[in-house]
Design a protein around this ligand. Structure first.
Ligand SMILES: *Cc1c(COP(=O)(O)O)cnc(C)c1O
Length: 456
């Protein structure tokens, strides 16, 4: 069989600007967009994509941008990764949908087998597949409530779990996710997160866990808690990495209280943080995990994976959905996971950290606005503050992001206070491109923070 890709020239891995950003064709398309697409759907960078792969995105004006977003931590294996393309092409030509709940197919089962292998813990596991991270989180809550016969769900400050009705209730931040979209679901309780940059100096993970647990016990009651739902490293909330010991202590409390410990690894999963999952770093074994973004190379697929006794507690027919575990998405997931294994993308994520973190620390040394450098693997961020304080500086954050965009580097912002610049490169990005992106970032900080000097 001829290799379709071998005959296609691969995308040149370079940053190359041939027009201003956005260029004329992108501006035209933005006008068409405004006339037909709801303005409720936002745009980070008004540049229309023609092609993407490796560490670059090429736009319709011929500009080539460095991708430090990976479509929000989705294309961990890169856009149009060769194995994913082949697997999708074969599957799409064979059958596209039968509905797994009507007439099943092997790909769905094979994805569940893989997820049992790569997720933490060697206990008996079961999986159900869905389409989006939000849907996975909703289903994890359904399963935890059903299995425990309890109702309360504990979530954390700065949490992000999605935009559907139940997940809006679970998400912390009002604007833009929740504002005027209520009423929200009940029996959701929020407790303090471990946030080393903003907690009392020296607060340990165990102390932060005690603070959260005291609040759960006094305000909810351990016996009422169905589940504690947590992102092991918070994503939209600003790449908040809890202090060491926090996650194990919360997981331990759940075991003692008979509550389900759910790790929302929708953003942190699939080699992003330098391990298969962020829970691995402290040997935390969640009862249930929600998975999505990095799983299927860009095709929509999500999962709840967890203890067989919980997953099988639900009555037959209680879980599902028309499209959940679509065969094309399953083929993409199997090819993505194989690519992660073959190319050691967890190792690639650690190499990205080794390049980025020292350079960001060096930048922070002479940039007082950089209050914190944090993250793990290829999930790295800087938190931007007013010099000498911890007061968030969202305006400077937006300005630095805009300057990066204008120079052809796709960066995203995050954080409850909108003052976090986050970096989520595809794990296959070349080290040269990564270093060039950091050069651009340094120049952007210099331009945005250097006071104008008078001549002479
Ligand atoms: C993105 C995200 C979700 C929601 O996933 P969607 O596919 O956008 O519905 C849930 N949890 C976390 C941690 C996320 O980062």
């Amino acid at each position: 069989m001829t290799d379709l890709l071998a005959s296609t020239p691969s995308l040149v891995q370079e940053r190359r600007l041939v027009t201003e950003i956005p260029g004329p064709r992108s501006r035209e398309l933005m006008e068409r967009r405004a006339a037909t697409v709801s303005s409720g759907v936002g745009t980070t960078l008004p540049v229309f994509v023609e092609r993407a792969g490796g560490g670059v995105i090429r736009d319709v004006d011929g500009n080539s941008l460095i991708d430090l977003g990976a479509g929000i931590a989705v294309v961990n294996v890169g856009n149009s990764a060769p194995k994913v393309v082949r697997a999708v092409q074969e599957q799409v030509a064979t059958f596209t949908h039968t509905c797994f709940m009507v007439t099943p197919y092997e790909g769905y089962v094979a994805v569940c087998e893989e997820l049992a292998r790569v997720t933490p813990g060697d206990h008996e596991k079961r999986t159900a597949l869905f389409n989006s991270g939000s849907e996975a989180v909703e289903n994890a809550v359904k399963i935890a409530r059903h299995a425990t016969g309890r109702q309360a769900i504990v979530v954390f400050d700065h949490a992000y779990h999605g935009r559907t009705n139940l997940t809006m209730a679970l998400t912390a931040k009002n604007m833009p996710y929740k504002h005027r979209f209520g009423p929200f679901a009940s029996e959701v309780y929020r407790v303090p997160m471990s946030y080393p940059f903003r907690d009392a100096p020296g607060m340990s993970g165990a102390e932060a866990a005690d603070r959260a647990i005291r609040q759960i016990e006094t305000q909810i009651g351990a016996a009422n808690v169905a589940a504690v739902l947590i992102e092991p490293i918070q994503g939209e909330g600003g790449f908040v990495v809890p202090a060491t010991g926090f996650l194990p202590a919360v997981a331990q409390w759940c075991r003692e209280a008979g509550a389900v410990f759910i790790a929302d690894e929708v953003q942190t999963g699939f080699c992003r943080t330098g391990d298969w999952f962020a829970s691995d770093a402290e040997d935390v074994v969640p009862d249930l995990m929600t998975l999505a973004k990095g799983m299927a190379g860009g095709l929509p697929l999500a999962a709840v994976t967890g203890r067989a006794a919980l997953m099988d507690a639900v009555h037959t027919g209680g879980l599902g959905g028309t499209y959940g575990g679509n065969p094309v998405a399953c083929a993409a997931a199997l090819a993505s996971i194989e690519t992660m294994r073959e190319q050691d993308l967890a190792g690639a994520a650690r190499a990205i950290e080794d390049t980025m973190v020292p350079r960001l620390h060096a930048l922070g040394e002479h940039t007082p606005a950089i209050g914190d450098v944090r993250g793990r693997g290829a999930m790295i961020a800087v938190e931007i503050v007013r010099q000498g304080t911890t007061e968030p500086d969202a305006a400077l954050t937006a300005q630095v992001a805009r300057l990066c965009h204008a120079e052809g580097v796709v960066v995203l912002t995050a954080g409850t206070y909108g003052n976090v610049l986050r970096f989520l490169p595809p794990l296959v990005i070349g080290q040269d491109l990564l270093n060039e992106a950091l050069d651009v970032l340094e120049a952007a900080f210099a331009a945005a923070t250097t006071p104008v000097q008078s001549a002479g």
